[in-house]
Design a protein around this ligand. Sequence first.
Ligand code: NDP
Ligand code: GUE
Length: 297
Amino acid sequence: MTADIIDGKAFAADVRARVADHVARLSADHGLTPGLAVVLVGEDPASEVYVRNKGRQTHEVGMHSVEHRLPVDTSEADLLALVAQLNVDPAIHGILVQLPLPDHLNSDLVINSIEPAKDVDGFHISNVGLLGTGQKSMVPCTPLGCLMMLRHHHGSLSGMNAVIVGRSNIVGKPMAQLLLGDSCTVTIAHSRTKDLPEVVRRADIVVAAVGRPEMVPGDWIGEGATVIDVGINRLPGEGGKTRLVGDVDYASAAEVAGAITPVPGGVGPMTIACLLANTLTACCRANGLPEPEGLTA
Ligand SMILES: NC(=O)C1=CN([C@@H]2O[C@H](COP(=O)(O)OP(=O)(O)OC[C@H]3O[C@@H](n4cnc5c(N)ncnc54)[C@H](OP(=O)(O)O)[C@@H]3O)[C@@H](O)[C@H]2O)C=CC1
Ligand SMILES: Nc1nc(=O)c2c([nH]1)NC[C@@H]1CN(c3ccc(C(=O)N[C@@H](CCC(=O)O)C(=O)O)cc3)C=[N+]21
């Protein structure tokens, strides 16, 4: 079998078009412009690309976008003061603090200081708790993007065996909650999992979020399974350039999978599209307006 390619880039363009449409209506009917603030502390080459893409795409869908770039030695008090200011800024509906933060900053403390209604990453403990109990919340962008692609490809996910490799707070755990919410039977695997290849082989849906280049080979993938590759790993490429690879060995996995997301052009673009969707949702909620359809979990 040769896998269907799940085109995250095209899907993300469609999500952004739907967001842009709704943003235009908010502006025309209510004079509202959703606003996103991105806070970047220090310089992280991987974050740079992501932050640049976010700024551009936020403007393209008609939203207001501000970037706060702080020096690497910014104190916790100064960062908390900035978040406090954004929390009460009426032009800002979404706040994203780019992770990882430098070591001297307590990221749990900083994330939990964000007003939950403006926490468009869905990382605040209130949003984590709401998601875990099936209540309305802000849903983390990467897992939300994966869920949208899976629903689009399969229709219903009910009863499917889903195996998530990775148990981070930003990908693995919220992904598990979302798939459980769609009635999958969910396994979360990690570095201590026994017989990982066997566990992965039983999956109808594999979500790889490990951070190890091409760790999952094709012979771990069950015939016809759907593979969602969250990994973004930068390897040295030709002529001093770098190239991006996922956590799945694409070439061998595509021979057995039923469907697979590529890297780049898979989960990454969907993450940014979902960030814009979450900012729009936050703006609608803040103003007591109906939420966009098909852009939330
Ligand atoms: N496309 C996108 O939009 C995004 C992509 N990413 C990418 O996704 C990947 C994962 O990110 P993130 O969740 O933040 O990573 P973390 O480093 O926080 O978590 C990695 C997880 O993988 C597990 N793991 C590590 N080695 C193994 C192994 N040999 N076998 C099984 N499990 C293992 C770890 O297990 P343990 O807990 O036991 O240590 C951990 O739970 C990265 O490549 C990152 O760049 C991340 C966010 C967004
Ligand atoms: N608070 C916070 N929230 C995040 O969501 C968050 C974060 N911090 N820190 C870093 C990770 C990583 N991440 C990516 C998003 C998009 C692409 C993306 O657009 N990737 C393109 C390629 C871009 C390129 O060429 O580098 C693609 O896969 O096609 C990548 C990575 C979000 N993260």
